[in-house]
Design a protein around this ligand. Sequence first.
Ligand code: CP
Length: 315
Amino acid sequence: MKNFITLQDLVDPKKTIALAKSCKQDPFTHRHLGQRKTIGLLFFNPSLRTRLSTQKAARNLGLDVMVMNFSNEAWAIEYEDETIMSGLRSEHVKEAAQVVSQYCDFVAIRAFASLTDKKRDEEEQVLRKFAEFAAVPIINMESATAHPLQALADGLTILEQVTIKKPKIVLSWAPHPKALPHAVANSFIGLMNHSNADFVITHPEGYDLNPAIVGNHKVSYNQEEALAGADVVYVKNWCSYTDYGAILRTDNEWMMTADKMKHTNEAFFMHCLPVRRNVVASDGVLDHPKSLVIEQANNRTFAAQAVLQEFLTHG
Ligand code: CP
């Protein structure tokens, strides 16, 4: 694996999830594997889970960790080729990526979507440009269109908790006051491509995700119908893809509530966090014993550890 930018970079996501499970059973089996190696974590956006779990995963493997917040600590980076850098951007990615490669054996990057320029977001300019000029592997800690470490953690959580052979898994849109990217939903769909679940995506009209990512998966504009008999309900907000970046509705009709969960087969509730209580999901859903949100966050460590272990073992 040259870089880890989407789930498609993995030979087999199911094997990586199985490896994550074994990392969880004994996180320190390979505590010397990363000795004398360093990972750099570059954050262009905020984080709680990704930042701490990736550091923990790296340390479990004996890696040194360097963390930098590019939003307020580094020079502003220019990504365009053959540009005259007379504006606010002081450093070109061409130098930055090569310099960071001298200090690090792996570079993990978080760079969210702009939600203003669909073409540029879909080109994954930040990660792809770093990958072009870096001499070391680039790892995605949530980019414009993908959050594969989250999807692997979600896959591990489902593997651990859901014993039904062919579960019904529902990905439901929920309201949010801010325009949020599609990365988590996209990567969860990517995970479902490797599952034998009865998978349904439900959202209001106007919130259709990228059709190239949705593929042939079932889509319903009727949340109640979609929830009927569900074994797992994964809730996430995203902004409009067609009217790129727009918030089309602000009512709370699609918030996940305990009453709606009654339509399910006593489903597990999942969300990647952070979550806005009583906006995205009610207290009753989040505090219910079937809520897996804390375990999903726990599994972020072992998902990251499995990916790093694959790089350290196979290059
Ligand atoms: N789920 C997730 O990526 O959380 P953070 O944004 O806190 O890293």
